[in-house]
Design a protein around this ligand. Sequence first.
Ligand SMILES: NC(=O)c1ccc[n+]([C@@H]2O[C@H](COP(=O)([O-])OP(=O)(O)OC[C@H]3O[C@@H](n4cnc5c(N)ncnc54)[C@H](OP(=O)(O)O)[C@@H]3O)[C@@H](O)[C@H]2O)c1
Length: 307
Amino acid sequence: MKSLGVSWFLKYTGLSISVAFGMLHLYNKYIERKRRNALEGKVVVITGASSGIGEALAHVFYEYGCNVILASRRKSELERVKQNLLSKKVENTVEPVVIELDLADKNQFELFIQKVHDVCGKIDILINNGGVSHRDSVINTKMDVYEKIMNINYFGSVGLTKAALPRMIEQKSGHIVFISSVQGLIAIPDRSAYAASKHALQAFGDSLRAEMNQYNINVSVVSPGYVKTAVSLNALTGSGDNHGVMDKSTACGFAAEYCAIKILDTVVQKNNELVVSQFTPRLAIFLRQAAPSLYFWIMAKRAVKTT
Ligand SMILES: NC(=O)c1ccc[n+]([C@@H]2O[C@H](COP(=O)([O-])OP(=O)(O)OC[C@H]3O[C@@H](n4cnc5c(N)ncnc54)[C@H](OP(=O)(O)O)[C@@H]3O)[C@@H](O)[C@H]2O)c1
């Protein structure tokens, strides 16, 4: 009698596990199909595609059948990314296109967008990802550094978007993505230039979204927390030098691939916003809204520790 009970229990548990796995498998297939249906054949421009989140974005959009345009300053790194994509031998994809772009140079934007149209005929998705961070106090940061970071992170994305919009409006479709940061929602010490540029990007994105709705153009603003990339190595100090240090929090951050697939799903689902972050930055965003005095007190303590 006892052994009958055990065997019934095992059979029942085994069946439940098989059903759960079966359903998970079907769900994954459904998600895969949904992503492919939404993305196959789309022309996706990715700035900052030579490294980190941009490189990971190039991989995920390419794997789902997009025609990816890889843009940044370092052509050799973009070629490396392109070769890595080609080595995946993904079926039914168009060869990735490499186009140099310096986001700090506003004279390049019209020509860049024209080049993409000459090669691909259209732009479906523009991902404004290229950017640079900051590590220093306000007192120690030269005005040149403020201008440089604002030019790349804010005016670069704004200028490129403005150059892409007229044709998107004409085709009555498109998707503009801004890779902001949780520091577009909160500001911490020693990041004044970076946080200011990302706050500006959030506001621009919100205004643009409202204006573009009538033209069937989506706008998504993405706010990542810590992601393991070269962002802190490439950050600028107050004097304009490279910070050159891998921050502990960045080293322990999300994988860029994880962040990239979350961004891809935001595009597929046409979501307005995405915060892809660990618990602490989420808590900080909450505190900044719900208990600002407490947030300012914590930041003041942190500023004393870091100077
Ligand atoms: N990693 C994080 O924890 C984190 C968190 C929140 C938000 N973000 C944002 O995510 C984006 C990508 O950063 P990442 O983490 O992947 O850092 P990363 O590895 O340092 O990549 C930065 C990318 O931006 C490009 N870039 C920098 N200056 C440029 C310029 N003047 N013109 C064109 N491209 C330029 C770089 O390419 P070239 O050097 O070849 O030009 C590189 O591809 C940035 O906007 C960053 O602010 C990152």
